[in-house]
Design a protein around this ligand. Structure first.
Ligand SMILES: C[S@@+](CC[C@H](N)C(=O)[O-])C[C@H]1O[C@@H](n2cnc3c(N)ncnc32)[C@H](O)[C@@H]1O
Length: 356
């Protein structure tokens, strides 16, 4: 079976010149990193921001004005439709072709293609039969009643070649949350914002608990405040740009998080100590932030000096987690330093500092 993969250029209105956001079909995920690396050899100053997803979902987002400059789809129908609807600038072009491989221990007539799988001698697993049998055994052993509509416990069955695992589902990640909550879908958007997955990860690295106070002194569009608010933290934020400070409040309102806000206002982060004093807050439980690098957000003031000053307002055993293009030494215990490759010219260093 030949699979055509196509790309097309879609209309973009809100991108900074040095960043291009591209929508990429999930089955291109293994190839996209080297492709971006090759692109950056020719254009080292252009940051390529990749969003992976199913072609259908990405096409739907583009239809609803998601700011992508390029769409690499795994199905020709979606780009064709976007082009026909006047959403894409250029006609879709096939850029790669893939093949599906069959392997068999026995001699087969491969000329039938995918129809080969419909033959009776091709063994398939009857998942319903497995489900019935597992259900029967569980009922017999535990006396548990089956409730398919509203189960209190969910058992997952994993079949391997030579064994079967039965697992009790204890936690489920909402895989769609990060897809559905990408920043360009928010009420206030700016390309310099942090992606929610990384924002949540950094908030988690700050060991933030419900009711703790989180400060983001360079809050931008509120990426960290949203994630911290969703896990029940109380929020303090500031940004030197009034549009960002008010944009953060617009986004927090959209997420019904205004009741978590202690204060968000326009302020130079160098004045954060006085700001906290005004709020009768001596020290905060954690700071999580993403100061400007001067790439897609303007750098105002001496950012590294401000970073050096911030540990002063963190409680004992509290965390200060921040991203920066290089390692910054602070008077705190460095518990972790993680490098996230963005492009040739930018490696985000995620610092996890603890106040001891
Ligand atoms: C990289 S962005 C933060 C993005 C943010 N994490 C988000 O999710 O949108 C950095 C922010 O710092 C702000 N900024 C620059 N200099 C500042 C300063 N001296 N004090 C406070 N904010 C500043 C910029 O206006 C920008 O919004």
């Amino acid at each position: 079976m030949i699979k055509k993969i196509i790309f097309l250029v879609v209309f973009v209105s809100s991108l900074s010149a040095s960043t291009i956001s591209i929508a990429v079909a999930a089955n291109v995920s293994y190839a996209i990193k080297p492709l971006v690396a090759e692109f950056n050899k020719l254009y080292p100053d252009i940051n390529v921001r990749v969003t992976l997803g199913s072609s259908g979902k990405l096409a739907a987002q583009i239809k609803h004005n998601a700011p992508f400059g390029l769409f690499m789809s795994a199905d020709m129908n979606y780009p064709d439709k976007l082009y026909k609807d006047g959403i894409a600038i250029t006609k879709p072009r096939v850029y790669a072709q893939g093949s599906l491989a069959f392997l068999s221990k026995h001699k087969q007539d491969f000329s039938k293609g995918i129809k080969l799988l419909e033959q009776k001698n091709v063994k398939k697993i009857d998942s319903m039969a497995v489900e019935r049998e597992v259900g029967r055994i569980i009922k017999e052993k535990t006396g548990a009643k089956v409730n398919l509509k509203n189960p209190s416990k969910v058992i997952k069955v994993v079949l391997l070649k030579d064994r079967i695992y039965l697992a009790l589902l204890v936690e489920k990640r909402d895989k769609e949350y990060f897809q559905k909550n990408r920043p360009h879908l928010r009420a206030y958007f700016h390309p310099g914002c942090i992606l929610p997955k990384l924002a949540r990860c950094m908030v988690n690295l700050a060991r933030l608990k419900e009711g703790d106070i989180l400060l983001d002194p360079f809050c931008g569009t509120g990426g960290f405040l949203i994630e911290a608010g969703l896990i029940g933290a109380k929020l303090v934020g500031c940004d030197i740009d009034w549009r960002m400070a008010s944009g953060t409040l617009i986004n927090l309102e959209e997420y019904n998080l205004l009741d978590k806000v202690i204060k968000v206002k326009r302020l130079d982060a160098k004045c954060v100590k006085n700001f906290l004093n005004e709020l009768n807050i001596n020290k905060v439980d954690a700071i999580v932030t993403d100061p400007p690098y001067g790439i897609s957000t303007a750098k105002k003031g001496e950012i590294e000096k401000i970073l050096e000053m911030l540990p002063e307002v963190v409680k004992e055993n509290g965390y200060f987690v921040f991203a920066y293009p290089k390692k910054i030494e602070l008077d705190m215990k460095l518990e972790g330093l993680y490098k996230v490759y963005i492009h040739k010219g930018l490696i985000r260093h995620i610092h996890v500092y603890k106040k001891i």
